[in-house]
Ligand binder design. Structure first.
Ligand code: SAM
Length: 230
């Protein structure tokens, strides 16, 4: 059976590239975005009642990871990237039909727009459906996942003397919690698990319209070096 789906909206996200996006929602509460609804869902009727809900499920397309050939096994970064698992045992982006799902905080509801936080989605992600989170049904007490039992351990993030004022300045300009966003995302340690970079190696990523650069002065410490417009 074939079935065609089309997006109900497109997410405008703080994340402009895949690198350094947290691996699940809620890990960076300061990660914000706006879901712009597409016709006919851009009318107030489609979101009436949603203001009674604190969180929503987003079903979306991993539009930058679509593949023609289905994979049966994947190597999740959570397992260090060197151990493979059945695709259905993981939340990898490489999956049949390319469908992702995230529970995100609903900060505001406007006709044609949902304001969201705690997102783990790339800018431009097509959203296929939106459903209210139902605490009594969606939160399962006693549930077990022995591969991912707890949130990944966070690592220390500190700032160079110049980078912190730069981040505050851009936070004010953008009207966004940029300092928190940088700290929360980098604390997830975006480098691939097998990399032990020398201190002189500089990493970078774009959040909103700024480029953030950092290095690892010690193996488990990140120092933010610069927050500059692109
Ligand atoms: N919470 C979702 C799930 O479980 O289906 C996503 C989990 S997936 C492991 C999270 C990663 O997907 C992020 O770290 C980011 O690199 C990647 N990602 C987010 N949006 C994407 C998109 N539109 N296309 C491709 N990759 C994306």
């Amino acid at each position: 059976m074939r079935h065609t789906v089309s997006p109900v909206g497109i997410l405008r996200s703080c994340f402009k590239e895949k690198f350094a996006i947290p691996r699940q929602p809620q890990l960076a509460p300061a990660a914000r975005g706006v879901l712009e609804l597409l016709p006919p869902f851009d009318q107030g009727d489609a979101v009436e009642g949603l203001e009674q809900v604190s969180h929503v499920w987003l079903l979306f397309l991993f539009h930058q990871a679509l593949e023609d050939k289905p994979r049966l096994k994947v190597r999740p970064p959570r397992l260090g990237g060197n151990k493979s698992m059945g695709v259905f045992a993981t939340r990898s982006t490489h999956r049949p039909n390319g469908i992702g799902q995230s529970v995100v905080r609903l900060e505001g509801v406007e006709p044609g727009r949902l304001l969201l936080s705690g997102i783990d989605l790339l800018d431009g992600t097509p959203v296929l459906d939106i459903k209210p989170y139902v605490p009594y049904a969606d939160s399962v007490s006693g549930a077990v996942n022995r591969m991912a039992s707890d949130a990944p351990a966070a690592i220390a993030v500190d700032w160079s003397d110049s980078a912190l004022p730069q981040a505050h300045e851009h936070a004010l300009r953008l009207g966004e919690p940029l300092v928190e966003l940088i700290e929360q995302c980098l604390a997830q340690d975006p480098r691939p698990a097998y990399q032990v970079p020398p201190p002189e190696r500089v990493y970078g990523v774009k959040f909103w319209d700024v480029q953030v650069r950092w290095h690892y002065p010690q193996p488990d410490v990140i120092r933010v070096l610069e927050v500059a417009p692109e």
